[in-house]
Design a protein around this ligand. Structure first.
Ligand code: SIN
Length: 490
């Protein structure tokens, strides 16, 4: 059996339920388009409540056998899946570029990133320990074991169409859970391709089920899972309003939730920072996926004494970034995902400029390339009255805010309901210790802009959500503790 596929072999446009590719119950389909050109790639099955229920039925049937499989058997399946992802990294990377728009090098990089979670959790599957509790009473033995929570519903975003679903499915399967999933309507093809490889790797029928749904049908399809008491956990990456909706709507069946929600990341440059390193760190963190990343810096605070110098250094590097479709091998930034995204970016920049921001680089749409392109932008003299200071822009825009002292920078950085990532650059070790303790965020980059790793606990505080993905903590979200008390042992 061939295991190395071309991109076109990986394109699937039906749901995957109970080990089979099936059309939607309604027979309806929706178009998936290439954001670089607006061309339709294919029409995908449009799932509704009936498809979501069929997926849960399959996951429920498959659960007892998968739960009872030996951890090393589950690990072996995950390792095979990981190997297939690596073998098909080029084809998957091209598919990501096609439907999501990021340059091929980034698309391929995302495959390796997503695959690293699969390998990590394949190993973790064999390390799910319990505890023997020190004896409290004669004749009684107390212990704690960890068990899979049950059926997990995974709902994933378009910005990392492979990595986000891989880092939800992998720990769920490692823990012994079965999965029903729905990728974002903009990018279902990568997730369907990944499920195709999981099937090839030997994931048994019903253990992993994926349905696609259009914007209109996504709500009723997901609501089916929210209200079904057989689904014991929801794992979601996406916006804070949707995360709150999921928490509210699933409250009746008290599901376990992991919510990786919006950020509004601050990036602070103190006057004792290595400015060249800070510029490089900012470029890496801000322009990853064209700025369409939850952990992208959204507000850059620069100390007054280095403000102009930092702005000049940054603007030169940003103006040199190459914007082009993913098919151009020299592309560093591709198109934004859709018209709504590009409109929001333009609205934020226009609002900032109307309130006094100075454009140091970019500041405009690149219509000659297509309707979804925006020039990498640096804005000086940003203030807290501007929309981009309190809303995530999710695009290639760097607003520079000015501050005078450390307390002011920390106050401004924390002045947001969100708390996902934060970054700062300083060479003063006492300051580093103080700032780390005071930043209200789940993730802190200290003189570093590239934070992603399968070994790290990814997640936020405040309205950026709860739960952690990756690392040794990442499995806890898919397990529950059972306390055993055995008597009559005297
Ligand atoms: C995200 O944007 O939600 C994920 C980014 C990452 O994994 O670093």
């Amino acid at each position: 059996m061939a295991t190395k596929f071309d991109m076109s072999d990986l394109i699937r446009n039906d749901h995957f339920i109970d080990g089979k590719w099936v059309a939607s119950a309604s027979g309806k389909r929706f178009d998936v388009t290439n954001p670089a050109t607006g061309e339709v790639i294919t029409a995908v099955a449009d799932g509704n409540e009936a498809d979501a229920r069929a997926a849960t039925d399959a996951a429920a049937r498959a659960f007892p056998a998968w739960r009872d499989a030996l951890p090393k058997e589950r690990a072996a399946v995950l390792h095979r899946w990981h190997a297939l992802m690596l073998e098909n990294a080029d084809a998957l990377g091209r598919l990501i570029s096609l439907e999501q728009g990021k340059p091929f090098a980034e698309g391929r990089g995302e495959v390796l990133y997503g695959a690293s979670y699969v390998a990590w959790f394949a190993d973790e599957a064999t390390r799910i320990y319990g505890d023997l509790i020190p004896q409290q009473q004669r004749g009684k033995r107390m212990s704690a074991v960890r068990e899979p929570v049950g059926i997990v519903a995974a709902i994933t975003p378009w910005n990392f169409p492979l990595a986000m679903i891989a880092r939800k499915i992998a720990p769920a399967l490692a823990a012994g859970c079965t999965v029903v999933g729905k990728p974002a309507e903009d990018t279902p093809l990568t997730a369907l391709a990944l499920v195709h490889l999981a099937h090839e790797a030997g994931v048994p029928p019903g253990v992993l089920n994926l349905i696609a749904a259009s914007r209109e049908n996504a709500v009723p399809a997901v609501a089916e899972w929210l209200h079904d008491s057989r689904v014991r956990k929801i794992t979601f990456t996406g916006s804070t309003p949707v995360g709150k909706y999921l928490a509210r709507e699933s409250a009746d069946t008290l599901k376990k939730l992991s919510l990786e929600l919006g950020g509004n990341a601050p990036f602070i440059v103190f006057d004792d920072a290595d400015l060249a390193a800070a510029v490089s760190g900012l470029l890496v963190s801000k322009f990853r996926n064209g700025g369409q990343t939850c952990v992208c810096p959204n507000r850059v605070y620069v100390q007054s004494s280095v403000y102009e110098k930092f702005g000049d250094m940054l603007a030169k590097r940003v103006a040199a970034l190459k914007v082009a479709p993913a098919t151009d091998p020299s592309a560093e930034i591709g198109p934004m995902i859709n018209a709504r995204a590009i409109d929001k970016i333009a609205r934020h920049v226009d609002d900032a400029v109307s309130k006094g921001a100075r454009v140091l680089a970019g500041g405009k749409r690149l219509t000659a390339l297509g309707s979804n392109y925006y020039a990498p932008t640096v804005l000086a003299d940003a203030t807290s009255t501007m929309q981009l200071s309190c809303e995530e822009t999710f695009g290639p825009v760097v607003p520079l805010f000015r501050f005078d002292d450390e307390a002011q920078a920390i106050r401004a950085a924390n002045d947001t309901p969100f708390g996902l990532a934060s970054y700062f650059y300083s060479q003063d070790i006492r300051r580093i210790d103080r700032v780390v303790r005071r930043l209200e965020a789940g993730i802190v980059g200290i003189n570093e802009g590239a934070l992603a790793s399968e070994a790290a606990p990814f997640g936020g505080v405040k309205e950026s959500g709860y739960g952690r993905e990756g690392s040794k903590y990442g499995l806890d979200d898919y397990l529950s503790i059972k306390y055993l008390c055995q008597g009559g042992l005297e």
